[in-house]
Ligand binder design. Sequence first.
Ligand SMILES: [Zn+2]
Length: 277
Amino acid sequence: MTMKIIYIVAFFVATASFAHSVTIKTLPETVVQGSPLYVEISSQEKLSCKTVTFNSQTIVPFKVDDHTCAALFGIDLTTPPNKYTLTFDRLFSKKISIQKLTLPTETLTLKEIDPKYLDQIKKDDATLAKIFKTVTKSRYYHGSFISPLDTLYVTSYFGKPRVINGTPRKPHAGLDLRGAEGTDVKATNDGHVVFSDELFLSGKSIIIDHGWGVYSMYFHLSNQKVKKNAEVKKGDVIGCVGKTGYRVSKSHLHFGVYILTAKIDPLLLFKIPIRFE
Ligand SMILES: [Zn+2]
């Protein structure tokens, strides 16, 4: 009888300590398709930061300090709106509700693509896909992400459904930012340049690996100031705004961010106060 009481008491103490020992905070507060998802886990007790799982992706969170772990996920535009479970170290969980992103359709008339270039476009797509699916097991980024242009003026928002020359196409995978030709383009965070070359549709392009599956891309540049394999710091000038790329007529910067292959809205990422350095 005494043993039984001890077991029962022990069970309640264990449950109570689990229930109260961990706080899971997530940002942004409203999560839509195309959102980044920043997760911060804290506790009065020391945390070991082993795993965080969300929507079948498991990653190792970063240690902010002995009592805090953090992780960054991306929710792709194609993720169906629903409730998903976020799990920390397989013990603690939180439900995250993903809302549908509803934006007006953008209708564009662009130069038709000569079929002789389709092979080149496919080749470019394969090159990019290979880059984005590589998850570097180090984190190069520190703190929050910044705008690549000093003046942030969006001419086409992320995620807008597009009809190009009368045919529905994939939604816009980044932001188009207004900028005069020659305006400095800055690295959104620290990282390694993994691509500095020319793409048929995107023109002169740079892609930076920020580590742990986070990539930023800068398209239609007039020139690149960094080469492949260069290490860059947040705010370094990496190139200039231009209008390179087969169908581009006006100078602007296309800026995109992918997190663990999910295309996300950079404007939402800029707002997240990432605490780990
Ligand atoms: Zn664009």
